[in-house]
Design a protein around this ligand. Structure first.
Ligand code: DGY
Length: 420
């Protein structure tokens, strides 16, 4: 264990760019939104001040309208595409993308605040971050749920963090590919193409980017003009949990006047979540907002309502049963897609591989609902996997082989914050 912790510490230290942590050298050379919020949990075990700094750096790039971008381009880097010149949003506080990612920050702030040794620092930092996080969550309501459905929309696969999830196949297929400038992918110079999204998907990712750029990422227009608009279970589960934690922080930090507003979001979302539950499958499903249909694909995001605490006790029991079925089909938990599904690809990014951060979220949810044995099984599995295969971006659930970026920050952070 000591070795694993030492290696994890070394990874965060080497990926530290002065107040923010890159996910991995070469492949991801900037600050990614949800990566950073998860990495801060790891930093907190080493240096609390550094953990708070990670979030401060992220929020220093917050847009006036409240958006917290999915990538912040603090310094130029030639190893990533599409970089700041393609996004073209340099008029913002600093170069950044014009879309967001699952809003983990409030969850991290509560966690850091509750576990802090330096209570004075925690109080000061949580107070500073609270209004910025509140503004971001308000942005989610106004920009991504302008019709008041209770659930927020995701307008780009990169916003979901689960870029090439089979849950997006049909919705992405309906995006027409525009005449976009020729481009060279850099990711394939770092990672085997069998582990990454395909060209078809990239053409559409970029089509969306250029369409959004054409309206200067104006959030009032994007919801209505995007040819890709889905209800993502990861984003909505993380947001739901983040709202619970933001509410807790509001009370704790003497910001009680905001509680009613946050409660309103939570209540509305709670009812809306039920419309995503597939009782026959014992799993939640994403939705294509433009066709109005639930997505057939069965992905690990379908278990994240446990992390949110939004599932009922009987839904949670169904989810635990479904999850056990999945786990019995593979050697390493948790595959990102149903291993029995025809589109299961154990090596390709979000179409099968194991992700430590998702294991952490689902384990946390299972514990909250009393499924301690299953939680322990996943925890032990994850620990074994990392111990035998090193700290990678993701892993093949059948063989355990490490895949994607090497020496990966959020996997290292999970070692420090969860598995130690
Ligand atoms: C990438 O470049 O692959 C990232 O997932 C975008 O966020």
């Amino acid at each position: 264990l000591k070795d694993l912790l030492e290696i994890s510490k070394q990874i965060l230290t080497e990926n530290d760019r002065g107040g923010y942590t890159i996910p991995a050298k070469g492949l991801y050379p900037y600050q990614w939104n949800w990566d950073s919020a998860l990495v801060a949990l790891g930093w907190a075990t080493l240096n609390e001040g550094r953990a708070w700094e990670e979030l401060e750096k992220l929020f220093s790039a917050q847009w006036e309208d409240g958006l917290v971008p999915h990538i912040v381009f603090h310094q130029p880097s030639p190893t990533y595409f599409p970089g700041p010149e393609i996004w073209g949003s340099v008029q913002q506080p600093m170069g950044s993308t014009g879309i967001t990612q699952p809003p983990v920050a409030a969850i991290t702030v509560r966690n850091l605040y509750e576990t802090a040794v330096n209570k004075d620092l925690a109080l000061q930092k949580a107070k500073e971050l609270f209004p910025m996080i509140l503004a971001w969550h308000r942005w989610f309501q106004s920009a991504r749920d302008p019709e008041g459905t209770g659930l927020v929309a995701t307008l780009h696969p990169w916003e979901s963090g689960m870029d090439n999830s089979p849950a997006w196949d049909d919705a992405l297929h309906n995006v027409p590919v525009d005449q976009i400038p020729p481009y060279v992918r850099q990711d394939l110079g770092h990672v085997d193409s069998a582990m990454r999204p395909k060209k078809d998907e990239y053409d559409r990712y970029l089509t969306l980017l250029y369409r959004f750029r054409a309206v200067n990422y104006d959030c009032k227009q994007l919801y209505f003009l995007s040819p890709f608009r889905v209800t993502d279970l990861c984003t909505n589960s993380v947001l739901y949990r983040a709202n619970l934690d933001l509410r807790w922080l509001a009370v704790e930090l003497g910001q009680g006047e905001n509680v009613k507003e946050i409660d309103g979001w939570i209540e509305k979302a709670r009812d809306a979540f039920d419309t995503l539950y597939d009782a026959e499958e014992g799993l939640y499903k994403c939705k294509d907002q433009l066709t109005g249909k639930l997505v057939a694909a069965k992905t690990s995001a379908g278990f994240l309502p446990l992390f949110a605490r939004v599932a009922s006790a009987s839904q949670a029991a169904d989810l635990a049963r479904t999850l056990e079925r999945w786990l019995n089909r593979v050697k390493h938990s948790i595959p990102s897609c149903d291993p029995e599904a025809p589109n299961f690809e154990p090596l390709r990014y979000w179409r099968g591989p194991v992700w430590a951060i998702i294991n952490w979220m689902i384990t946390d949810g299972l514990r909250a609902y009393g499924f301690e044995d299953l939680a322990c099984r996943i925890e032990a599995d994850t620990y074994e996997l990392l111990l035998s295969h090193g700290i990678s971006e993701y892993y093949n659930p059948v063989t355990g082989a490490p895949a994607g970026g090497k020496l990966f920050s959020w996997t290292a952070a999970m070692c420090l914050a969860w598995l130690s």
